[in-house]
Design a protein around this ligand. Structure first.
Ligand SMILES: *Cc1c(COP(=O)(O)O)cnc(C)c1O
Length: 385
């Protein structure tokens, strides 16, 4: 049996899973069932009551809980260093469940001014229409965060590494600030993954992930996770059950499979990301590269102190040639797909004409020499403008 002192990869491979008690299958089966049958009316009633009290291992209907999904959730709780974790059908379901499990009508939320765009729509439009107000601040400016706190502020929401400007949040300092004012700190850690950063261990109350990205790691699933204390996760389970945000069982199995290699993949993403960031920064066509592993990054020292093992595979850049540079670079690449999303083994380039003509790169796990040659091809296309 795995022990609490086991290393990250050991836990990624072992935790949450056990030999199947009926067949001895070593891998967790896909329990493809909507419902669960009981011998007696009384057993059914006990299982429903236990499942709706969120007791681990109590199953009666797969919207509320399923053994394959439960194995993935237990593995993720272990990797996050959190008491519990709940999976969902998409990163956005997890972000919404985290926010709605804390915020009620009349409450106020402070959120970063650099956020994943759908999170921004959720806060500024969907939640605003239900009477929850939000202010956006630069979360690297702690005085500005503190100044934004009102008597009805309940939540501080940040991305640990922000989209698309790659600002790095000082989680321990923000947790102190939030808790000093009775706020709940929710961290979206999608860009770094629990291998590089574990916000709950640093004081965050809830950590959410688009498991679609590094946790699944293979670009073949849309899913979310939210982890924290059992009490907070129970409340998010209740919300997700009422929205119908359950993760499909097949996707739970893909995630169980994908997350086993998280440490190995993140080491390659980080090594490739740093090599690519250094190369791009050396090019005169490039105006700015945002990557926390570069000494030029405003929070580089903090990131170097805080991150476990590298700076990940996400960076953004802008060209002196602006939008034309953005287009020429992306269209000049052979290996990177022009696509949204991130955290895939396959490198991706996301041109953002509405975000200052930034290009966001998700540097994949291809051979670094091939990647560097490919980005040189993109740069040559910009130089030829
Ligand atoms: C992709 C993403 C999300 C949303 O996740 P989905 O699985 O696409 O719903 C949330 N936050 C960040 C930072 C993301 O990159």
């Amino acid at each position: 049996m795995p022990q609490g002192s086991d290393g990250f990869s050991t836990r990624a491979i072992h935790d949450g899973e056990r030999k199947d008690p009926t067949t001895g299958a070593l891998n967790t089966p896909i329990y493809a069932t909507a419902t669960f049958a009981f011998d007696t009316a009384r057993e059914k009633e006990a299982a429903v009551d236990a499942a709706l009290e969120w007791e681990p291992g109590a199953f009666f209907y797969s919207r509320t809980g399923n053994p394959t999904t439960a194995a993935f959730e237990a593995k993720m709780a272990s990797l996050e260093g959190a008491e519990d974790c709940v999976a969902s059908s998409a990163g956005m379901a997890s972000v919404a469940a985290a926010l709605l499990s804390v915020l009620d009508a009349g409450d106020h939320c402070i959120a970063s001014d650099d956020l994943f765009i759908i999170t921004r729509f959720l806060l500024d439009d969907v939640l605003a229409s239900k009477g929850i107000t939000v202010d956006h601040v630069d979360i690297t400016d702690h005085a500005a965060v503190e100044a934004a706190i009102r008597p009805n502020t309940k939540v501080l929401f940040v991305e640990a590494l922000s989209n698309p400007h790659m600002r790095f949040a000082d989680i321990p300092a923000l947790a102190d600030l939030a808790h000093g004012h009775g706020l709940v700190l929710i961290v979206d850690n999608t860009f770094l993954s629990p291998y590089l950063l574990r916000p709950v261990e640093l004081g965050a109350d809830i950590v959410v992930h688009a498991a679609t990205k590094y946790i699944g790691g293979h670009g073949d699933v849309v899913a979310g996770t939210a982890a924290g204390s059992k009490a907070r996760v129970d409340r998010m389970r209740y919300y997700l059950d009422s929205f119908g945000g359950a993760l499909s069982v097949f996707n739970s199995w893909l995630l169980l499979r994908g997350v086993k290699t998280l440490q190995m993949r993140m080491r390659v993403h980080s090594a490739n990301g740093l090599a690519v960031a250094e190369y791009l920064q050396s090019r005169p066509e490039v105006e700015v590269v945002n990557y926390p592993g570069l000494a030029s990054h405003a929070q580089h020292d903090l990131a170097a102190r805080t991150l476990a093992d590298g700076f990940g595979g996400m960076l953004s850049l802008r060209f002196h040639a602006g939008e034309r540079g953005m287009e020429a670079f992306c269209e000049g690449l052979r290996l990177s797909a022009i696509a949204v999303s991130l955290g895939d083994l396959h490198s991706l380039a996301y041109p953002m004409p509405k975000r200052n003509s930034l290009v966001r790169l998700s540097v994949g796990c291809e051979d670094v020499d091939d990647l560097l040659e490919d980005y040189e091809r993109g740069i040559a296309a910009v130089a030829a403008l």
